[in-house]
Unconditional design. Structure first.
Length: 95
């Protein structure tokens, strides 16, 4: 597979990951935001792991740890209206 097709495939895999995470954050019947985020993270980790196995490419998983903190940040910012909490989370994740 050439480089452009590989990049397109990774973009497609992670776009699907984003949509799965968004749907889970809406539909998952867990009230506690910490447990909900944990469940979403576990499901998305398994999804990326399986995609890596199917594609026989372990590096599919590498981008997950670069992307997921930002998605978690947006989730936390969406679950609260407290601006102090949001600023604290932004500082924590940026470190």
């Amino acid at each position: 597979m050439n480089l452009n097709k590989s990049r397109l495939l990774i973009i497609l895999v992670y776009t699907l990951l984003f949509f799965i995470g968004a749907i889970l954050s809406i539909k998952l019947p867990i009230e506690n935001p910490v447990y909900k985020l944990l469940a979403i993270d576990l499901i998305l980790t398994v999804y990326i792991f399986i995609v890596g196995l199917v594609l026989k490419n372990d590096s599919v998983y590498d981008a997950y740890w670069s992307l997921i903190p930002f998605l978690m940040l947006f989730y936390w910012m969406d679950t609260t209206d407290d601006l102090v909490f949001n600023a604290r989370i932004i500082i924590l994740i940026s470190l």
